[in-house]
Design a protein. Structure first.
Length: 306
């Protein structure tokens, strides 16, 4: 017999899982920044996705066998998804963090829902309202304000931080992943999808990882190296994504999406003491404008009357 308060308890657990996921996402920026100079960027990425694929494989094996026909018929989309999320959206992020701060990374990530709206309009022909376009424009203005450090001359002179520009491209990759996954045939088990995406991401990292090793870019034997590799191997790819997916299933995508606003908060909480980073006025203003824009752009158009 189901307990009367069981649904509320499940929802409470979902909120906790979402907090854990976003905390890890924010901490991932800090670890990536902390590892810069100690661990080559693509070594971090290769370790992250290879270990995730190996850990997930035993749990996903039966689902992979059941889904093999759907996976085989969708191999092009799976390769695209593996490029967009594990490589472009995550692996290249570690490259960007060698040039910018963890706090900037966290703030810029909050704009990802806006990028999904834009790509869904382009590739999926999803209906977009005037309010959503207003929110999109507002969020883009917030991102531009952030990467210019509050100085419009920086944008006019094209002298903005390279790491911030790369992070925007990384966010486009994450948004593109969301679009690619929507085009997959229904019924593929989440574990099958995640394992395939991790495996593809690992394979795409191989030539870059090998190049780093061949050119003498080898991780230095230090506590930072060990902690960084151990962290990315377990938490961002397995714990965070599993928590995130389970929480979305219980809370819904829109409610869960608001937790992304906490990413820069957690990045700052850990980045300030561990990296010596600071919060500036342009972080607060840019972040507030982005959040306002994302809130507007997340308003779905009302269904047409039947």
């Amino acid at each position: 017999m189901t307990e009367p308060n069981a649904p509320a308890r499940r929802e409470d657990i979902a909120h906790v899982m979402m907090l854990v996921a976003v905390l890890i996402f924010g901490l991932n920026y800090v670890v990536g920044r902390l590892a810069a100079g100690e661990v080559p960027a693509y070594t971090l990425g290769f370790t992250r996705w290879t270990f995730a694929a190996i850990v997930l494989l035993p749990f996903a094996w039966q689902h992979l066998k059941a889904d093999r026909e759907k996976l085989a018929s969708s191999w092009k989309l799976l390769v695209l998804a593996g490029f967009l999320m594990p490589f472009m959206g995550a692996g290249v992020t570690y490259v960007a963090l060698a040039h910018t701060t963890a706090v900037n990374g966290g703030v810029i990530q909050t704009s990802m829902p806006v990028m999904i709206v834009i790509l869904a309009w382009i590739f999926l022909r999803e209906r977009t309202t005037v309010t959503q376009w207003m929110g999109t424009a507002l969020a883009i203005a917030g991102v531009l304000y952030l990467i210019s450090r509050g100085d419009p001359k920086v944008l006019l002179n094209l002298t903005f931080n390279l790491g911030d520009a790369i992070l925007i491209a990384c966010n486009l990759g994450l948004a593109g992943y969301s679009i690619a996954v929507k085009r997959l045939p229904p019924g593929i088990h989440p574990l099958s999808l995640l394992t395939c995406v991790c495996a593809v991401g690992s394979i795409i990292h191989v030539p870059f990882f090998v190049t780093e090793i061949a050119t003498g870019q080898i991780p230095s034997p230090s506590p930072v190296t060990f902690v960084s590799l151990a962290f990315v191997a377990v938490f961002p790819s397995i714990v965070a994504i599993m928590c995130w997916n389970n929480a979305i299933a219980r809370l819904g995508a829109q409610r869960a999406g608001y937790y992304m606003y906490l990413t820069p908060v957690f990045a700052a909480i850990f980045g300030i003491p561990l990296l010596g980073e600071t919060i500036s006025a342009f972080h607060i203003v840019g972040g507030a404008v982005i959040i306002a824009g994302v809130t507007l752009s997340s308003r779905k158009p009302k269904a047409a009357a039947e």
